[in-house]
Write a protein that binds this ligand. Structure first.
Ligand SMILES: Cc1cc2nc3c(=O)[nH]c(=O)nc-3n(C[C@H](O)[C@H](O)[C@H](O)COP(=O)(O)O)c2cc1C
Length: 193
């Protein structure tokens, strides 16, 4: 498989955050990735998403919050485990926290606004891939913990759609099974062939 758009769409794979290393995207590439993220179908032109960058030293600033929040999940967590959770965002050079920020009062249903946010996440994965980087969309416990959300400034009707880790793959990911089209496609014309 090569590098055409369709080839990339047909072969992109997530790389586990723990299998990422430097380098990550530079400032110009981050702007490209975010520009692609904001270039998604958006019913009503609401821009119901926003992005928080965790990179460089910014990745460690939530360390104390993460450790404190993790104690709520595992009260007797070891110091080593707490340290690991606190360093979570340092697994990759760049983490983009994608915030779903729908306008509840808008005539466009919130569901459609959330779908647009999911599309923004996927565009980030593809933009990172197109630039030669590895990426993974992760929520884990911290996308739902009120203390973490509060520290990130995620409020009101907002939700954390995911943390998208971006970096360089230590090794290429192996392929994983994908659903057979017959099991997920209905064609009113007749069997897809
Ligand atoms: C909304 C969302 C949240 C996810 N959260 C996690 C997670 O917390 N941990 C995890 O290992 N994978 C999570 N995944 C799955 C990975 O992003 C990814 O789908 C998986 O590694 C397979 O990758 P691929 O099919 O893109 O190659 C999540 C996926 C989505 C869409």
């Amino acid at each position: 498989m090569g590098n055409t758009a369709i080839e990339r769409l047909l072969t992109r794979r997530s790389v586990l955050a723990r299998n990422m290393t430097e380098p990550g995207p530079d400032a110009a590439q981050i702007k490209q990735i975010l520009t692609a993220a904001a270039r998604v179908p958006d019913h009503g032109k609401i821009a119901p998403w926003r992005f928080i960058l965790l990179r460089g030293e910014g990745r460690q600033k939530l360390g104390a919050v993460l450790r404190d929040a993790y104690r709520d999940i595992e009260a007797d967590a070891s110091d080593a485990k707490l340290a690991l959770e606190g360093e979570k965002f340092t697994r990759a050079p760049l983490v983009i926290a994608v915030v779903s920020s729908p306008l509840a009062s808008h005539k466009v249903p919130v569901w459609e606004q959330q779908l647009s946010c999911g599309a923004a996440c996927q565009n980030i994965l593809h933009a990172a891939d197109a630039l030669g980087f590895a990426a993974q969309w992760i929520t884990e416990w911290c996308a739902y913990h009120p203390k973490v959300l509060n520290a990130l400034g995620v409020t009101g009707d907002e939700q954390l759609a995911g943390f998208i880790y971006i970096g360089t793959a230590i090794e290429p990911p192996k392929e994983r099974p994908r659903p057979e089209l017959e099991t997920i496609v209905t064609d009113w014309q007749g069997p897809l062939s």
